[in-house]
Design a protein around this ligand. Structure first.
Ligand SMILES: *[C@@H]1O[C@H](CO)[C@@H](O)[C@H](O)[C@H]1NC(C)=O
Ligand SMILES: *[C@@H]1O[C@H](CO)[C@@H](O)[C@H](O)[C@H]1NC(C)=O
Ligand SMILES: *[C@@H]1O[C@H](CO)[C@@H](O)[C@H](O)[C@H]1NC(C)=O
Length: 543
């Protein structure tokens, strides 16, 4: 690593002799406001394969700041905020244009879950009240004609705070939700009923719960990793069998809603002789935080992460200290395999008015560094993002950040943390111009790739260093809400050789993911990463 840093430094000096030491030293990334108001508060976000982002909050927040399309209104005598509402609660954001348009959601999608099907259609499930059994789909289109389709009574039971995971066969598993200790599938088969999941019953704390929005990751062996409260299992959903119960997280502090930490499956590296699957769970709030916050006492959130290799014969959590304690932090895998942690609070917990001391600095966790060098503190955002905020990685390697509404309705004045309708971006350090010399740009790649099949990616880079600092990664865009990025995963694909095509253009041979358990079929962002600096992505369809 040291030699590469050295090489980059030399080449940078050579190319940009005037670079200031201030820019160069301690690059902490950059925040920028994209839109002061997108009309709604971006509580749930999903990037689609046409570079548009679905965002929505809830139908019973009151009047949003954007009208429903076509002069429509929604009449709901049971709505707790506004029974006649002519405003939208979902928008479609166009990344390239930095514009947005309103979409139509009729039933309440508050605190729901989602996943993108292999054909690129977003399937979103559940919510609250009239929306708690809704199935909503959104198929991307290239004009402004597409909108939500809703099927209000599709789900077998109500799903409020459930988690979804796309499966190798293209189905979606929907796990848990408030008072639902079970799971079901999309599509629903005619005979189906919900299937009991004992872990969820056992991990519900009195009062606080702390097991909602369970952390779900599809593992390369086809089992699911399911984490609730402090406990986790490796679960065979085909046989409805617990394959292994992992040890409890050592500090015995809860990590799921409302304590709300976050979790990622670290990048799966197909270049390894044996594909390791490691999970990292970060942040949360100590047991009892919610009840204490309700009585006006805001305790410090959790400052630790637990990391576990589920392939070990006897897996164990290794605990690490974050530079800043945090609940409601989003964890996003960046194209170079680093993990970005952002948003959230330093005191209190999730829930109406229950968070204090927003943590505005992002943090980067570098999984393969030495433990003492893993965390780096990034720049601070000017905008606090507390409860009901979200973040996603987008095509060019930026991170979209939106939302924050810790109030029961939209509330823009007279409160410490007003409802935030803005949309911002965080540009990680790799986007800085000082890395132009080593930044790859994809010249061509197939639109469609196959399992285990060879294909090639052509890329241009001003200063090509070496094959050993090259990787080609696939990233599945996440459905992010409540600090958990559902379906997020990264696969580092197996590489063949590199050959030079022209002065600064190269071609690298790549082998598609070896199995659907490693990367379920669907649309992925493909990045070329060179010397830790990613290209902008191209979309590929894995099938
Ligand atoms: C509502 O949108 C308008 C622009 O359409 C903007 O000027 C205003 O600040 C927004 N309100 C809030 C509370 O964000
Ligand atoms: C309002 O709620 C009641 C009680 O849950 C239900 O019977 C009724 O169908 C609801 N009305 C509408 C329009 O959703
Ligand atoms: C916003 O919050 C303040 C302070 O709690 C309250 O007085 C006000 O009524 C709220 N406004 C709305 C629109 O809910």
């Amino acid at each position: 690593m040291t030699t590469f840093t050295f090489t980059i430094f030399i080449s940078l000096l050579y190319l940009t002799p005037t670079i200031s030491s201030q820019t160069y030293s301690g690059n902490q990334g950059q925040w920028q406001l994209l839109q002061p108001s997108i009309g709604i508060s971006a509580m749930h976000m999903q990037l689609l394969h046409n570079n548009k982002v679905i965002m929505f909050d809830r139908t019973d927040f009151g009047a949003s700041n954007i009208s429903l399309p076509g002069g429509q209104c929604r009449d709901d005598p049971n709505d707790t905020a506004l029974q006649h509402d002519c405003t939208a609660h979902s928008v479609l954001y166009d990344i390239g244009q930095n514009t947005f348009r309103p979409l139509t959601i009729q039933t309440d999608p508050w605190c729901s879950s989602g996943a993108v099907l292999p054909d690129g259609t977003l399937v979103q499930t559940g919510g609250y009240n009239d929306g708690d059994r809704s199935l909503r789909t959104f198929s991307p289109c290239n004009d402004d004609s597409c909108d939500w389709n809703e099927e209000p009574n599709y789900l077998l039971t109500r799903r409020w705070y459930a988690t979804n995971q796309i499966l190798p066969d293209g189905r979606v598993i929907i796990v848990g939700g408030r008072r639902e200790f079970n799971y079901e599938f999309y599509p629903r088969s005619s005979s189906s009923s919900t299937i009991w999941l004992e872990l969820l019953r056992q991990t519900k704390d009195q009062g606080d719960e702390n097991n909602l929005y369970p952390f779900l990751h599809l593992l390369p062996d086809g089992n699911l990793f399911i984490f609730a409260n402090t406990r986790s299992i490796l679960f065979d959903y085909k046989q409805n069998a617990v394959v292994k119960e992992l040890p409890e997280i050592p500090d015995n502090e809860p990590r799921n809603y409302p304590s709300t930490g976050s979790s990622v499956l670290l990048p799966l590296d197909e270049n390894q002789p044996f594909l390791e699957a490691e999970i990292v769970v970060c942040g949360g709030a100590p047991r009892g935080s919610r009840m204490l916050a309700e009585s006006g006492s805001f305790v410090e959130t959790l400052g630790t992460c637990g990391r576990i290799n589920v392939n070990d014969a006897n897996p164990n959590w290794v605990m690490e200290d974050m530079p800043l304690p945090r609940a409601m932090g989003d964890m996003l895998i960046l194209p170079n395999g680093d993990v970005l942690i952002l948003n959230g609070v330093g005191l209190g917990t999730a829930g109406w008015e229950l968070g204090r001391n927003p943590v505005t600095a992002a943090v980067i966790y570098r999984p393969s560094e030495l433990p003492e060098r893993r965390f780096r503190v990034m720049a601070e955002s000017k905008r606090p993002r507390l409860y009901h905020s979200s973040a996603i990685l987008i095509t060019d390697g930026r991170v979209l950040v939106g939302g924050s509404n810790p109030h029961v309705a939209y509330n823009f004045t007279g409160v410490d943390f007003p409802t935030d309708l803005s949309l911002a971006e965080f540009s990680p350090p790799y986007l800085a111009s000082e890395y132009e010399a080593v930044r790859p740009r994809i010249v061509s790649v197939d639109e469609s790739i196959g399992y285990g099949e060879r294909f090639s990616v052509a890329f241009a880079v001003p200063e090509y260093l070496d094959y050993s600092v090259l990787s080609v990664t696939l990233v599945a865009p996440s459905f992010t809400t409540h600090s958990f990025a559902m379906n997020q995963r990264m696969v580092m694909m197996r590489l063949g050789g590199v050959r030079r095509l022209a002065l600064d253009t190269y071609e690298v041979g790549v082998v598609g993911p070896s199995a659907a358990e490693i990367a379920p079929p669907g649309y992925y962002l493909l990045f070329v990463v060179h010397a830790n600096i990613p290209s902008s992505a191209m979309w590929v369809k894995l099938q």
